[in-house]
Design a protein around this ligand. Sequence first.
Ligand SMILES: CSCCC(=O)C(=O)COP(=O)(O)O
Ligand code: MG
Length: 245
Amino acid sequence: MAAANKPRVVLLDIEGTVCPISFVKDVLFPYALSALPTTLAAEWDSPAFAPYRNAFPPEHATTPEALTSHVRDLMSRDVKISYLKSLQGYLWESGYVSGALKAPLFPDVAPKIASWTAKKEGAGDGEGEGRVRVMIYSSGSVAAQKLLFRHTNAEPVADLTPLITDFFDTVNAGPKTERASYEKIAAKYPEVPVGQWLFLSDNVREVEAAKEAGMQSVVVERPGNAGLSEEDRRKHRVIKSFDEL
Ligand SMILES: CSCCC(=O)C(=O)COP(=O)(O)O
Ligand SMILES: [Mg+2]
């Protein structure tokens, strides 16, 4: 890759890119559903829970039963709506803190984040020289993203958050399939030309939106992801591991 196009920021999707979709569907979602009844019983009227409850449409937040039924419906359809994502992050916190939840990153992920963010040999002493900044953009809430990267299976250090410069979600950036969201993210760092951002995702529509905004973007094909068409493979670079970058 020509030096002018060398990425200075790598923007990472989470589900299907850094960890398996099955961790989200088969571990995180059931944990949230199992934690919901006790949380609602204990915290329905508490000030700490109010922002999560009040973010739901009023007709679904009349009683704990109504909210539970709406949450179950949204999660069964994997609806990525911000008020559900915020609540999920709140419900997952106890699981991560107790050790019941630990994010199973694909084996190439933590070493590559470490190497991207390390100062490169021969680089000058200027701040950030030779380093590639790593940022996250996921439909999961920023709070949920931070929990996930703080509690990973990486060794010897499980907390990767000190290596991550910024976190974006559908609240602070917008929907992941819209070009404007990537433009908004890039605009927060005007010192980095948009062409020097590299977005990695399992979702072809997200990759296309990032490319429309001027970012470089690559499809990540992990075990358990949705299949890619021949056209997807023709239009986009597809990698199976960050080691290919
Ligand atoms: C970081 S929270 C867990 C993942 C999640 O809820 C989600 O919706 C992930 O979607 P992504 O945009 O990372 O594919
Ligand atoms: Mg994804």
